[in-house]
Design a protein around this ligand. Structure first.
Ligand SMILES: Cc1ncc(COP(=O)(O)O)c(C=O)c1O
Length: 385
């Protein structure tokens, strides 16, 4: 192993949202979706070089930034993007908000597949739109899409957008080609634009390849907007950089305007350097990270199966966020979360955060050194046995 993901790096006192929010001592945070690993050495080197310059004025995003993105997606995901299709911004959530503002009128409906990443709800609400929930089907320990319901929701003339989460947080699904094609066909037929949040796209496991929605056909490409960022995979969320990819020029100019109205059009020098280094030099590090995360997931499954068999861990196809079914404890997700917090000093996310369908689950962030995970898993077992 070339990179050391076992290294325990204290994060308390580093102004970390995940680690410094709780004030009591001894709290183990396994909630907020960032990782307890150092980023790739190539990124650290690029940032050190930039810091050494000592001047941090406004930036001009260089051509090499766009080329790094285009080459990465072509090489790793067989998706051909053209540089002018890319709009940089300060994060995927600001991107989603700007896209909703650009592509809807207040009162329009936006479809999401619940339970889903909580900020989807606020972005929809903040832009005066109405939520249309296409509930995922949870059956025999796995999530699938209710396509009949999606068809009905998309057929509503007020439905303008579908925010797809691929891979899906928190369901852990990496949507298959067949699923994506069915979603794409339904949306095309009904004039619903697909906004695909692909922020977790690099973090997938064996047998579950990520397929960029827009890569499936020219029609899907023209009827979609994709949001990407190296932030989750390379642990650089604090650098606030993300990209919107839109092949349709008219759509792009509307988004551009909304980004300017939302005042999220200026990025910082570190986000740019980190993105270039990640996509040009981060591949080997990322592949080793994925193996490590998979090992963490397997450890979690083995331990819960042996010591807490009534709390199944759902299959994890992508993301580093495990979704654990706690229904058999007789407690709801908020009660489980608060018990773990009070009795075990362990912070996990309650499934209720993710909307309808999340009430029986907790979400556990697996992106930490194995020894830390072992401690967290022990606290779950002690708290729920
Ligand atoms: C699906 C999804 N989208 C967006 C984000 C946040 O993106 P950003 O920090 O770039 O705003 C997250 C963070 O967990 C996420 O899970």
């Amino acid at each position: 192993m070339k990179y050391d993901f076992d290294e325990i790096i204290p994060r308390r006192g580093t102004r970390s949202y995940k680690w410094d929010m709780p004030e009591e001592e001894g709290v183990l945070p396994m909630w907020v979706a960032d990782m307890d690993f150092k980023t790739a050495p190539a990124i650290i080197e690029a940032l050190e070089k930039r810091v050494a310059h000592g001047i941090f004025g406004y930036v001009k995003v260089p051509q090499s930034y766009y080329e790094a993105i285009v080459q990465w997606f072509s090489r790793r995901h067989q998706w051909t993007i053209e540089c002018p299709w890319i709009i940089y911004t300060t994060g995927v959530v600001p991107a989603l908000s700007a896209i909703i503002k650009a592509m809807t009128e207040p009162g329009d409906k936006v479809i999401v597949q619940t339970p889903v990443y909580n900020c989807f709800y606020s972005s929809i609400r903040n832009n005066g739109c109405e939520l249309s929930a296409n509930h995922l089907v949870y059956k025999e320990g796995r999530y699938t899409i209710d396509f009949d319901d999606l068809e009905a929701k998309a057929a509503d003339p007020r439905a303008k957008l579908l925010i797809l989460c691929n891979p899906h947080n928190p369901a852990g699904r990496v949507w298959t080609e067949e699923e994506l094609r069915r979603i794409g066909d339904i949306c095309l037929k009904n004039g619903v634009l697909v906004v695909s949040d692909e922020i977790h796209c690099e973090l997938t496991y064996a047998g579950h390849d990520y397929i960029p929605f827009a890569s499936l056909s020219r029609e899907f490409q023209m009827n979609s907007i994709t949001c990407i960022s190296p932030s989750k995979a390379f642990n650089i969320a604090g650098l606030q950089i993300a990209n919107i990819v839109a092949a349709d020029e008219e759509v792009r100019s509307r988004i551009d305007r909304a980004i300017n109205i939302n005042e999220v059009c200026d990025v910082n020098p570190f986000g740019i350097e980190a993105t270039i280094a990640a996509y040009n030099e981060g591949e080997a590090w990322l592949d080793q990270l994925r193996e490590y995360l998979w090992g963490n997931y397997q450890y979690l499954c083995e331990q819960l199966k042996a010591h807490l068999p009534h709390c199944p861990v759902l299959p994890l196809e992508g993301t580093y966020l495990a979704w654990i079914d706690c229904q058999a404890t007789g407690l709801d997700a908020d009660e489980v979360t608060s018990r773990l917090r009070k009795e075990q000093k362990l912070l996990v996310n309650s499934g209720t955060m993710y909307g309808p369908g999340g009430e029986r689950f907790i979400r556990l962030n697996l992106a930490c050194p194995r020894a830390r995970l072992m401690e967290g898993v022990k606290r779950i077992i002690d708290g729920l046995s």
